[in-house]
Design a protein around this ligand. Structure first.
Ligand SMILES: [Zn+2]
Length: 267
């Protein structure tokens, strides 16, 4: 299957947060993917910031988010796809790796899509106070009003160990094309996707790590970046497993905000 990468807006952060050596402010792009499934058409993995961020952070306490994290996202996700020859109205399936604002921001733009996500990803965030939701980078107003009706949550208890990676997995369409992987730690119910791409298997790890140095060289992100992690122990264990997987199998592993992923964007 053809896999395409797009930038769905970006925020500005100290780059050293992720790689511990680039001491300047730079862009953390909100990458999302489109995968050409032979039966289901273009399937999206995440949706970038979309243009919902500004409205969703207008009022207290959600405005704290944009004060702490300056976000630039002016182009609707659907428009980005259209520019690259993909008809957004034809999108029927969207995988949400987790519910952070830079992954769910474009969900309102796809009224015909079903949203696939881990069941455990949303309820814990919905149960939080508005202030705590903001601290966890969750802005409920970014989701469409009929989200619950169009969501297809999959319980993590249904995931079974996958052959190539060893991670618990769920075969989304039952054909091995898109295996949802339980990559815990970064956010509740955080998923990666093992994609049967036309260039060989590709593990899209979403936010399981930020920078390839974390799995290439065993470095940990700086403390302020670590505070944003939902379950630090699980996060570290997931990164360690991905490191071993890459070393032993040579599997291509890409992450959303990693500079290495930028070489694939917009092609
Ligand atoms: Zn995230």
């Amino acid at each position: 299957m053809e896999v395409r990468f797009f930038n769905g807006g970006h925020c500005r952060q100290l780059l050293a947060m992720a790689d511990r050596r680039t001491w300047r402010i730079g862009a953390f792009h909100a990458v999302f993917l489109a995968v050409a499934h032979p039966r289901h058409g273009w399937v999206l993995i995440d949706t970038g910031y979309g243009t919902s961020f500004a409205a969703a952070t207008r009022t207290w306490p959600r405005c704290l988010y944009r004060w702490v994290t300056p976000v630039e996202a002016r182009t609707p996700t659907a428009e980005i796809l259209r520019t690259h020859g993909i008809a957004p109205e034809a999108i029927r399936h969207i995988i949400l790796t987790h519910f952070h604002a830079d992954h769910i921001g474009g969900t309102r733009e796809f009224p015909a899509a079903t949203f696939h996500h881990a069941k455990e990803a949303l309820a814990p965030l919905q149960a939080l106070s508005p202030l705590a939701q903001t601290r966890h980078a969750f802005l409920p107003a970014q989701l469409p009003e009929d989200f619950a009706a169009r969501a297809a949550p999959i319980p993590l208890t249904r995931f079974r160990a996958e052959r190539t990676t060893g991670f618990p997995a769920h075969d989304l369409f039952g054909d091995g094309s898109l295996m949802l992987l339980d990559l815990p730690g970064h956010a509740p119910g955080h998923l990666g996707v093992l994609i049967a791409s036309n260039r060989g298997p590709l593990l899209y790890a979403a936010d399981a790590f930020w920078h390839h140095r974390q799995i290439d060289e065993d470095i940990a992100p700086l403390l302020p970046a670590r505070i944003a992690i939902h379950d630090h122990r699980a996060y570290t264990a997931t990164v360690a497993r991905l490191r071993v997987l890459q070393r032993t199998t040579g599997l291509r592993i890409l992450a959303c905000h990693c500079p290495a992923t930028q070489t694939r964007v917009g092609r």
